[in-house]
Design a protein around this ligand. Structure first.
Ligand code: SF4
Length: 381
């Protein structure tokens, strides 16, 4: 009887198939790697094709989606500033600036996070919550936090770079109430992925996705598309298919956060991202749900974005940042109030405003959003 792979071995079979020249040590013949992956996929629990609220990734284009009034707010819980990678394109606004005066990366305190999410869920309708960072798996005792918030939230997902995604941790998070998991793979070439992520992580990312599939998560693969890896996107889609993952989220590189320092190398020519998305949907659209998370930049601007410039009249995303800011775009530095500094009455007043459909103050508080005015590119398959 032929051996069946475990998730921990899957990345080596994928690399042997798609990038044999980068495989070191004993090389697995391509036909054997394909056969092993076929058998591994055949044993996966049935994967769901439905995604609550649209894509899993950072999705500014969806921030003002009109159906928000019916489906509720999506919450992005940015738990920690810290990350175990240092991606060249990282959009986090605290990247690319000096560390805090005390040198300590900020982490949301568990008790205050539970209190704030409780107030949010009591006041506005919430469709789903995504835990991010930084790297959310670096948050101390994440399962304990999730098990305390999960009763009030319909769907909880995590977006992680996968480096710390062991079988034990993924099983603990699943038991605590996490149902969705998203991991980026930027290339079929481990060398290119690791270059963009600024650290060795390709094998860990693929292993984490394989573990998520074995553990029964709704799994999504994502990629940031830059001038370096634009031609690799079809092979990234092949990885998703090899792992039995039905969803791929493509994010256009934006020159913000840490990406500002690498703009010349990573920026795509105007229109190129749209071409890539069209081509990939033409080729894979019948087998993969391909979603645009972060669309092409509308207009580079260092100036604060006035609502009228964006042509947007509502918000549907609430971000709680590691600094305690309630903000309305992940790229923004500040929001309307800070939950570590203000009392609950101010938080309730803001949420009442949003629940009543009054978005002007929220929109005016957005200090950075590189794609706010871009046309929403929705799923076309
Ligand atoms: S993009 Fe994500 S994985 Fe990369 S440095 Fe930023 S937080 Fe870490």
């Amino acid at each position: 009887m032929k051996p069946v792979l475990r998730a921990e071995q899957v990345s080596h079979a994928v690399a042997a198939l798609l990038r044999p020249e980068e495989v070191t040590g004993a090389r697995l013949p391509a036909d054997e790697a394909a056969g092993q992956l076929d058998r591994w996929r055949s044993r996966l629990p049935p994967a769901s094709l439905s995604l609550p609220g649209g894509g899993m990734d950072n999705c500014p284009a969806a921030c003002s989606r009109p159906e928000a009034a019916d489906t509720g707010f999506e919450i992005w819980l940015e738990l920690v500033e810290e990350c175990n990678l240092d991606c060249l394109f990282c959009y986090n606004p605290w990247r690319g600036r000096s560390t805090p005066a005390d040198g300590a990366a900020r982490t949301l305190p568990l008790q205050r996070t539970v209190e704030v999410l409780g107030i949010i869920c009591d006041t506005v309708s919430v469709s789903h919550l995504t835990v991010s960072g930084g790297e959310p798996l670096m948050y101390p005792d994440l399962p304990s936090l999730v098990s305390r918030i999960s009763p009030a939230i319909p769907s909880i997902g995590i977006t992680t770079n996968g480096r710390s995604g062991t079988r034990t941790r993924l099983e603990a998070l699943k038991s605590s109430g996490v149902g969705r998991l998203s991991v980026p793979v930027h290339s079929h070439s481990p060398l290119t992925h690791d270059h963009l992520a600024n650290g060795r992580s390709w094998h860990a990312a693929v292993r984490c996705l394989a573990l998520a599939q074995e553990t029964g998560y709704q799994t999504t693969m994502s990629a940031v598309v830059t001038g370096t890896n634009g031609t690799h996107v079809p092979r990234v889609a092949e990885i998703a298919l090899l792992l039995g993952i039905p969803r791929l989220v493509l994010n256009c590189f934006h020159s913000t956060g840490q990406g500002l320092a690498h703009d010349r190398r990573l920026a795509l020519p105007a229109g190129r991202f749209g071409d890539i998305v069209r081509d990939i949907r033409d080729t894979f659209g019948d087998r993969l749900e391909i979603t645009v998370g972060s669309p092409e930049e509308h207009a580079a601007s260092d100036a604060p974005m006035a609502p009228a410039q964006g042509g947007v009249s509502r918000v549907s995303r609430l971000v709680l940042s590691p600094q305690g800011e309630i903000k309305f775009c992940n790229q923004s530095e500040t929001g309307l109030l800070n939950v570590l500094e203000c009392g609950d009455s101010r938080l309730r007043a803001l949420l009442d405003e949003l629940a009543a459909g009054q978005y002007d103050r929220a929109l005016a508080s957005i200090d950075n959003c590189t794609c706010r005015a871009a046309p929403v590119v929705s799923k076309a398959v």
